[in-house]
Design a binder for this molecule. Structure first.
Ligand code: PYR
Length: 360
């Protein structure tokens, strides 16, 4: 033993002899970067990621820090999956269905047309087989997934012209998130997946005729009503879109058990708070939009029926062509059917009654 080691050893022995406890947080500080798909102006989603990072820092006593970067700051908003997969950043916050071009199964961890609502989706992911099935799938992309919020049922978007018949969908150039674009294509529309921060400009310039984002609170901020005053509902392609935090597998494996638990807890907390924020803020924003003379209308039944028919046809084709889709969708569908059965006796029945009464 050289002199320096002996001094160190003697020092440690002295501390132990005096009964002093060794430091609890002996581990080094972990610093991660999170790339978001969303702009700073979308404070619901960006705020959710920032809340998650704040919780991680507080719970770790400052030993685990995640810096949150808005879409476009570190990489293109829709390039975040590649960023995490390749290890350029440790983490991202995104809507998995943006990546349906890589594999349609990405949509099942987020939203599919006529799919599950927010509570149903969370139940499938956290308590059903959804979490396990999607984790197995994401592992093929070097990714460990965590829930990152839900938008709840979305609105059907902003249209320059009214949608009165199915024929009005023909030739419509529309910004739409995820796989619903495939359904729109079959209805004669021309879908485009544009990041949130670029939607207003595309609609204003006339590059597109219609656009959907999420719902009143975010849509008001994006200013979409200023250029397309017809606001339709419901967003049949997003009954409850789940956002996710994706983590690079190697970075995750390098975390201590303590930091893994912290990340799990903080992401779940953000998952709850994002949905709560949308639910709390959307009604007031809808009232503000109506005050701006926005025309709010339901999609015609013929449009809904055709969208449903085309969606089911696509799912049946995917069952035949994509084995990963078939495996995960089989479980999703069985869960969705059970949820709809239970819903009939619980939430739907209660809501149906409440819609007909007048509160004091
Ligand atoms: C969208 O990109 O449309 C979402 O709902 C996140």
């Amino acid at each position: 033993m050289d002199r320096r080691s002996m001094v160190k050893f003697a020092g440690l022995a002295g501390i132990l002899a005096a009964g002093a406890a060794p430091a609890v947080h002996a581990q080094a500080t972990v610093r991660w970067r999170l790339a978001s798909s969303f702009p700073k102006s979308i404070d619901t989603l960006m705020g959710g990621a920032e809340y998650m990072a704040k919780q991680v820092k507080a719970m770790s006593g400052g030993k685990f820090e995640i810096s949150v970067h808005p879409g476009g700051e570190l990489m293109p908003p829709l390039g975040v999956l590649d960023g995490v997969q390749g290890g350029n950043v440790e983490m991202c916050h995104t809507a998995p269905y943006y990546f349906f071009g890589k594999n349609e199964a990405f949509t099942l961890g987020c939203a599919i047309p006529f799919g599950m609502g927010s509570r149903q989706m969370t139940a499938w992911m956290l308590e059903g087989n959804g979490g396990k099935l999607m984790s197995e799938f994401y592992a093929g992309y070097n990714i460990v997934n965590f829930p990152g919020g839900n938008s709840g049922t979305q609105m059907g978007g902003w249209y320059r012209k009214e949608i009165k018949t199915l024929a009005d969908m023909k030739g419509l150039k529309m910004r739409i998130g995820g796989f619903a674009g495939k359904v729109l294509e079959r209805m004669g529309a021309v879908p485009q997946q544009i990041p949130a921060g670029e939607i207003y400009q595309a609609l204003e310039k006339g590059t597109i005729d219609a656009a959907e984002w999420i719902g009143p609170y975010d849509d008001l901020k994006l200013g979409l009503f200023k250029v397309a005053p017809n606001y339709y509902y419901p967003g049949w392609w997003e009954g409850g879109a789940e956002l996710d935090f994706f983590v690079n597998k190697k970075a995750y494996d390098g975390l201590s058990a303590e930091n893994k638990a912290i990340l799990d807890t903080a992401t779940r907390a953000a998952h709850v708070s994002i949905q709560a924020e949308y639910d709390a803020k959307n009604p007031g924003a809808l009232k503000q939009l109506v005050a701006q003379k926005v025309k709010v209308a339901a999609f015609p039944k013929a449009v809904m029926d055709e969208a449903f028919k085309q969606s089911m046809a696509i799912y049946s084709e995917l069952n035949a062509s994509n084995p990963v889709w078939k495996k995960i969708y089989g479980d999703y569908l069985a869960f969705q059917k059970d949820q709809l059965l239970w819903d009939r006796f619980s939430q739907a029945s209660f809501d149906g009654y409440m819609r007909g009464v007048k509160l004091p």
